[in-house]
Write a protein that binds this ligand. Sequence first.
Ligand code: APR
Length: 272
Amino acid sequence: MQETEQAVAEAARLLRQARSVVVFSGAGISAESGIPTFRDSGGWWERFPVEQFGTWTGLLALARDRPRELAEYLVTRLRPVAEARPNPSHRAVRDMERFCRVTVVTQNIDGLHTEAGSSRVVEIHGSLLRVVWVVDRTVKAHLSRQELKAIVDKLGELCQTGRPSFRRLLLALQPIFGVGWRGLYRPDVVLFGDAMVEPEWTHALHAVRSCQVIVSVGTSGQVFPAAMLPMEAKRQGAAWIHVDPQEPAGDIWIKGRAGEILPLLVNKAWPA
Ligand code: APR
């Protein structure tokens, strides 16, 4: 029996016996929806230095000193999210809910698990489709992908003109970033240096401490504290299944793309 088939069969057996499963996802699960990952070759942090583009201070300094570069980054970074649709792996994760309690703990900010129909999604790094008041992280607005696309198009037009000024950049970003009656508002995302968002982080810890199986998919496991979650699940006795085309990890590593492996795994665990 091929190595992958053997791993899938063993993982499916564990899933069939589980009452509660955590799916811990990273950028790789959305790669097949057209959103680049962070650390693969050609990934975001190879193209955009994380200290400038992965922190609020870096982004604000860019807005002030090099507004055009920031506008170009935002077009490149936001367009794939605005145009993305859930792929077969997001739908397979949703389908698991028919057979056991599933909590999706995702590092992704693209909203694709929710759009695919998963009912218990914990976004530990927030969501680009949600705008919050900075003072208390209450929601100011939810964005549709169409609305995000309209912002991307406006930023794109700005890049076509001459030098986009800081003021015109802020105008284009007004739906997701600015100052309103409750002070500053911005996208509800966790950047480097930010504290983990609550109550999501507490919910994630509770989920991994009470599951029988954790399936990590599409994550290099390099960013903490998120990357400690599979170890936390194992510590309380859960089995760890890891789905990734190149990064081995877990008790069972299934080598392959999420869009290919997850539907296979769900069908094997719970044959139609
Ligand atoms: N299917 C499954 N896994 C894939 C696929 C695919 N089609 N394509 C790539 N991968 C895997 C890569 O092998 C890699 O292990 O997805 C992983 C992506 O790793 P990263 O780019 O490091 O993304 P992630 O682990 O989600 O990063 C975590 O770091 O920069 C921060 O906030 C950012 O949430 C992000 C966090």
